[in-house]
Design a protein around this ligand. Structure first.
Ligand code: 9MG
Length: 273
């Protein structure tokens, strides 16, 4: 056997928004959010990603105060009760600070620290940061996204953001990248990205992917959001195979199973001669 690769991690999605695309409103209240977090931990989640502003296409923005109000006490309660890493899904510096003060140790920023003050705040907080690619802004990002070469352009953007972070004093060891499936991409762009995902290993930092229940899976399978589990698992399997280190999902238990199987195969020890 050649060296064992580290087991991938499963990040469970905990939306504390009234309008999240597939579980809108259900986890709005603290007790319900905590029960959901407890369930995901029991199912094997390594990370819980708490998000208080929906990033689905067409979603309206919320204020920083509203985001802090929705997220900080939940981050605090999760880190108090459970032995699990918590990430905060936000682009706003004040929300980053409040969530990290409450116990979050990863910033998951779909805007890759491009908002005013975000880069400086992430550097100051000294936690891990996930830099995601998005073409356009959430409200309009699905209005005719265009690329000459989606894999190369997304990778170039992420490489440039890694450079900016390192320059600002955030070391490579704290960085994670994410090609941003569904964020300013057509179905075809998403499929090409998934097929070309191993290219992102050249960036030299771990890769996170969020594929769970996304529209391109629905478009290929012609299935509504509540019937996309099998498609999501197939997409996650391919992503793991192409080198993803963290998989962001709604369905934790099923993803933990496919992740364990992929990891076992990847470490089985056969080499082509
Ligand atoms: C918040 N959020 C929604 N989808 C996402 C994805 O694909 N990746 C990351 N990092 N965050 C996401």
């Amino acid at each position: 056997m050649v060296g064992e690769c580290a087991p991938p991690e499963v990040m469970g999605i905990l939306n504390v928004t009234p309008d999240s695309f597939s579980d809108g409103g259900r986890y709005m209240f603290r007790d319900a959010a905590l029960r959901r977090a407890e369930q995901m931990v029991a199912e094997g989640a390594d990370i819980i990603d708490v998000g208080a502003e929906s990033t689905r296409p067409g979603a309206l923005p919320v204020t920083a105060a509203e985001e802090i109000d929705r997220a900080a006490s939940i981050v605090d309660a999760i880190t108090d009760r459970f032995s699990v890493v918590v990430s905060i899904d936000t682009s706003k510096p004040t929300v980053m600070a409040a969530a990290v003060a409450a116990g979050a140790t990863i910033i998951n920023d779909v805007r890759a620290l491009c908002e005013d003050g975000a880069l400086e705040m992430a550097q100051k907080l000294q936690v891990r940061v996930c830099l995601m690619h998005m073409q356009g802004k959430p409200y309009v990002m699905q209005n005719q996204p265009a690329y000459d070469d989606v894999v190369a352009e997304v990778a170039d953007f992420l490489r440039q953001r890694i450079g900016v972070c390192v320059e600002a004093g955030i070391p490579m060891e704290r960085l994670i990248v994410d090609p941003g499936f569904g964020f300013g991409k057509t179905t075809q762009h998403n499929l090409i990205l998934l097929n070309g995902l191993s290219h992102f290993k050249t960036l030299g930092v771990p890769m996170l992917v969020g594929l769970s229940r996304k529209s391109f899976i629905g478009a290929v399978l012609n299935k509504p959001v509540n019937e996309r589990l099998m498609g999501s698992l197939a997409a996650a399997t391919l992503a793991l195979w192409h080198g993803a280190a963290i998989i962001r999902v709604h369905d934790v238990a099923a993803t933990v199973d496919i992740m364990r199987l992929c990891h076992a195969v990847q470490n089985a020890g056969y080499e082509y001669s």
